[in-house]
Design a protein around this ligand. Structure first.
Ligand code: SF4
Length: 652
């Protein structure tokens, strides 16, 4: 196998940040590609500094490199300056460690975490010297596969992908490696036979093996073309995280990247049931990593990388059983080691699970900002979205934080949620003002940033039927907040561009017809769409119009209850009738409690997979609101639906 390095090296002094393209990270260990083995290239379709820290990619990269039958290298989307030089010199997309041309790998595997990277994915395939459409590929071309949260509706990318992995990849990556290894050695094996065999692996979806028909703006049917191909592809769930202590050797880059610290995943899944949150729905059930394994991973990771900061990652880390003891143990370990006290960050803090105990532990090291996600400005709106945190919880949490020395608190909110009124929107400004005011009681320089994003309805959530707000409506709500926060002392408002939210909506719930739109945007130069300096809404508007597709139909239309959704043939384990009932409860402003602490209501996530929640300690945290229905909200009892098991489960 070849290397592009001799031709690439002379170009690097001419581009920004050449360290993006040289590999050499601490922890990098790609085995040399070997034609006798199965060679993977894992690709994050965005700039190196965004993609390098991606934990999913690093986990699979390590697992494959540990296998005797596989090798794995990595690649990222080259920035425009290098891409122009590569195209001029005829240099294909390459891996960063061995600089192997993309087309020489057996598999190019993309991590899909954000819809706005879809045009970059197409560009990377093309730059690798591979036909962008799966139908145009022949024997000898690599398989183009994808995994990650966005693959729960892969239909907008169906034309470009050979296979899609749903759910946890740790086991599937080995099964695919074995299959491809057997295929490589089999006389007479064809690409078609390989695709058919891939479709036989649990949780692997091969888009070309399904026919899709349409009925106006919606899908009419999705049918497998072959008898052995599953009508419904279900996600893979790794039962016990303790079996997968990866990444063991987190990559420590030579140049600045986002999340530039040690990251250790403490649990997967979430049972809070926030109705807007796709990650929470599709990653159920909860699977916690044992505390002693977390501490070992932190200690060894810090010693190896030299980082003095660790993030304990999950969807809601303060929900980890006895998180306070875990943080205390990590601090003790670092102090016992004689080095500086490690700084521990907990992302996405729930205000009702954060208290003085955690704040006191975290403040033993340097204090960065703290982020909470109340998501909505009024209790009514938080009932609709099932984020059942009380205003008092928020104020107590930020009071604990400011009292322990934090100066900056960031609050995340969504606008454009179902049934949202201007009172709900303006509630965001009111909450932010109150938080800043609490901070100033402790420190005159205390501040609060309210960060506001437009809501994009996602597949496999109760809000998958909701018609997204228009760009004009989202902009009007941003303007309301700009006016309301003007002159507020200590409050800063930040917002996501509503035009980008619109494009995310096209890709989030679009069907296969969106593939042609994505291809045209790419052909017209629309890459790096998640970067504001490159984002171009006009390219998307024009492409939708050229393909006779209506933005109203794809983005703003409420879906009918009986409608075949573009992801109807895929399953995240959740029963469709559970999601529909939860949508009705949302509209009725009825909350649904956390099923860690209440009877199972049979959403499907555990029952369908034979997996129970794996938690270190099944004891509700003291003081937190755990959905009893009596201790939530302002003004007494709150409607909360408490369900037992349903008499029968309906798949889908
Ligand atoms: S199946 Fe039951 S226990 Fe499991 S996530 Fe769903 S509601 Fe919770």
């Amino acid at each position: 196998m070849t290397s592009v390095w001799p031709r690439l090296e002379p170009l690097l002094p001419k581009v920004q940040k050449p360290a993006r393209y040289i590999g050499c990270e601490d922890g990098a260990a790609a085995k040399p590609p070997d034609p006798a083995l199965v060679n993977w290239c894992f690709i994050y379709p965005d700039a190196y500094e965004i993609g390098l820290p991606n934990q999913g990619l690093q986990i699979l990269y390590e697992i494959v490199n540990e296998r005797p039958d596989g090798t794995a290298d990595r690649s990222y989307a080259p920035w425009g300056d290098l891409e122009a030089l590569m195209r001029a010199e005829g240099i294909p997309l390459f891996s960063v460690e061995h600089h192997t041309p993309g087309h020489e790998f057996d598999l190019l595997a993309f991590n899909l975490s954000a819809e706005l990277t879809y045009t970059n994915l197409v560009n990377c395939i093309d730059l690798a010297g591979v036909p962008v459409r799966a139908a145009d590929r022949t024997e000898g071309h690599p398989l183009i596969v994808a995994g990650g949260h966005c693959t729960y509706n892969p239909e907008p990318l169906a034309d470009f992908l050979d296979a899609v992995v749903l759910g946890d990849g740790e086991e599937v990556v080995g099964e695919i490696t074995e299959l491809v290894a057997a295929h490589k050695g089999r006389p007479g094996a064809t690409r078609a036979s390989l695709l058919l065999a891939l479709a036989g692996i649990e949780s692997v979806y091969v888009p070309s093996l399904y026919d899709v028909t349409y009925d106006g703006p919606s899908v009419a049917s999705i049918t497998p073309r072959h008898p052995g191909v599953p009508a419904i592809v279900t996600k893979r769930t790794v039962a016990d995280l303790a079996d997968w202590p990866y990444p063991r050797n987190q990559l420590a880059p030579l140049t600045e990247v986002v999340h530039d610290r040690l990251n250790v995943e403490v649990f997967r899944g979430c049972t809070r049931g926030c109705r807007f949150c796709q990650a929470g729905m599709i990653t159920r059930p909860v699977r916690e990593r044992p505390a002693d394994q977390v501490r070992t991973m932190v200690t060894s990771g810090l010693a190896r990388t030299g980082y003095d900061e660790v993030t304990l990652t999950s969807l809601s880390t303060a929900d980890y059983s006895d998180v306070s003891s875990l943080v205390e143990g990590i601090m003790d370990d670092s102090e016992a080691g004689g080095g500086p006290t490690v700084s521990v960050s907990l992302p996405s803090l729930r205000v009702d699970a954060f208290g003085v105990a955690i704040a006191a532990q975290l403040q033993r090291a340097k204090r960065s900002g703290l982020t909470f996600a109340p998501e909505a400005g009024t209790w009514r709106m938080r009932q609709v979205i099932n984020k059942l945190v009380r205003e008092e919880d928020l104020y107590e949490a930020v009071d604990a934080a400011y009292s322990q020395g934090w100066q900056r608190v960031k609050l995340y909110f969504l606008i454009g949620l179902p049934s949202e009124t201007d009172e709900d929107t303006l509630g965001i400004a009111r909450l932010a003002a109150n938080v800043a005011e609490i901070g100033k009681r402790h420190n005159k320089r205390a501040s609060c940033t309210a960060s506001v994003g437009g809501f994009v309805p996602k597949p496999f959530t109760p809000f998958q039927w909701f018609g997204q707000n228009t760009t004009a409506e989202l902009q009007r709500k941003v303007n309301l907040l700009k006016d309301a926060t003007r002159g507020m002392k200590g409050v800063t408002l930040k917002w996501h561009d509503p035009r980008a939210t619109l494009v995310e909506g096209i890709a989030s719930r679009g069907d296969r017809r969106i593939g042609a739109v994505i291809e045209q945007v790419w052909r017209n130069g629309g890459t790096f769409q998640e970067w504001s300096e490159h984002f171009d809404l006009e390219l998307w508007n024009q492409s939708m119009a050229d393909h006779g597709l209506s933005i109203d139909d794809v983005v703003h239309r409420h879906r009918r209850p009986d409608e075949v959704l573009p992801w109807e043939h895929l399953s995240a384990g959740l029963h469709k009738d559970f999601l529909w009932q939860d949508w009705q409860d949302a509209l009725a402003e009825v909350g649904l409690p956390d099923c860690r602490w209440t009877p199972c209501y049979d959403c499907g996530a555990c029952t369908g997979y034979g997996v129970e929640h794996v938690v270190a300690s099944a004891v509700p945290p003291a003081g937190g609101s755990q959905g009893t229905g009596q201790d939530l909200g302002t003004g007494g009892a709150v409607p909360v639906r408490l369900l037992g098991r349903r008499p029968e489960a309906v798949a889908g």
